[in-house]
Design a binder for this molecule. Structure first.
Ligand code: SAH
Length: 232
C-alpha cells in the first residue's frame, strides 16, 4: 500500500514537472517569437508587444501542432481554416490603433487567438465565426482561459453584429472581394477597419470612417482564406 502511494506520488511529481518544463519551453519560444518576428519587423506598439508576449498561442492550435505554435507561419486549425501568422495578428492589431475603452468587432473567430490578443488591449471584443464547430470550440476555449470581455457568435460576418454596434474598430480576418458595406455601417465615425480585400491576390487595407465617407489606405499584400457567403 505504502509502496503504491509512493509511486503515485512520484508519478504526480514527474507529471507536474513535465508540464512545467513544457510550459517554460513555450514561454521561451513565445518571447523569442516576439523578438525575432515582431520587434525586428516594425511592430513597435508596446501594448501590442505585451499582449503578444502574454497570449499562449499554443493553446489555440491542435495538440499535434503544439511544437509549431510559435513558428513564423499560419497553422491549420481544422475545417480547412488557419490561425494567422503571429506577425499578421500583431500587424493588424497595431494598424487598428486601439484604445483601452474600445469596443471591437472581429470577423472570423477561427481559433479565437486574435480575439484573445484584442481582449488584452480593449474593453469589449465581439467575434463572429461562420463555421459552428469552430465558433463553439473557440467560445469554450476563451471561457476556460478566463476571458470575460469576449462574446463569440456563430453567424455570417457580412451581416456584422448590430446589437453591439457601432464599433470603434473592426478587424476582418477572412478576405472579402470588396469592403463589406454593412460593416462600414456598423463602424463609428472615426472608427478603423482593417480588412484584406481580394480573391486571388489580396491586399490589406486600413479603412477610416469619416462623416463624408471612407478613407482607404493600402497597407501590404497578404494571404487570407476567403470570406464566404452564407447560403441564407
Ligand atoms: N482570426 C482567426 C483566424 C481566422 S481564419 C484566429 O485568430 O484564429 C478565417 C476564419 O474566418 C475562418 O475560421 C473562417 O471559417 C471564417 N469565415 C469565413 N467567412 C466568414 C464569414 N462570412 N463570417 C464569419 N466568419 C467567416
Amino acid at each position: 500500500m505504502i509502496k503504491l502511494l509512493f509511486s503515485a506520488l512520484i508519478a504526480l511529481v514527474l507529471t507536474n514537472s513535465g508540464i512545467a518544463l513544457e510550459e517554460s519551453v513555450f514561454e521561451l519560444n513565445r518571447q523569442e517569437m516576439v523578438k525575432t518576428q515582431l520587434e525586428t519587423r516594425g511592430i513597435t506598439d508596446a501594448k501590442v508587444l505585451k499582449a503578444m508576449r502574454k497570449v499562449k498561442r499554443h493553446l489555440f492550435v491542435p495538440t499535434h501542432q503544439f511544437i509549431s505554435a510559435y513558428n513564423d507561419s499560419p497553422l491549420p486549425i481544422g475545417y480547412g481554416q488557419t490561425i494567422s501568422q503571429p506577425y499578421i495578428v500583431a500587424y493588424m492589431t497595431q494598424a487598428a490603433r486601439l484604445f483601452p475603452d474600445d469596443r471591437v468587432l472581429e470577423i472570423g473567430t477561427g481559433s479565437g487567438y486574435q480575439a484573445a490578443v484584442l481582449a488584452e488591449l480593449v474593453k469589449e471584443v465581439y467575434t463572429i465565426e461562420i463555421l459552428k464547430p469552430l465558433a463553439d470550440t473557440a467560445r469554450v476555449r476563451l471561457e476556460e482561459l478566463g476571458y470575460r470581455n469576449i462574446k463569440v457568435k456563430h453567424g455570417d460576418g457580412y451581416k456584422g453584429w448590430k446589437e453591439y454596434a457601432p464599433y470603434d474598430a473592426i478587424i476582418v480576418t477572412a478576405a472579402p472581394d470588396e469592403v463589406p458595406e454593412e460593416l462600414v455601417r456598423q463602424l463609428k465615425v472615426g472608427g478603423r477597419m482593417v480588412v484584406p480585400i481580394g480573391s486571388f491576390f489580396q491586399e490589406l487595407y486600413l479603412i477610416t470612417k469619416r462623416e463624408s465617407g471612407i478613407k482607404q489606405e493600402l497597407l501590404l499584400p497578404v494571404v487570407f482564406v476567403p470570406m464566404i457567403h452564407s447560403s441564407d
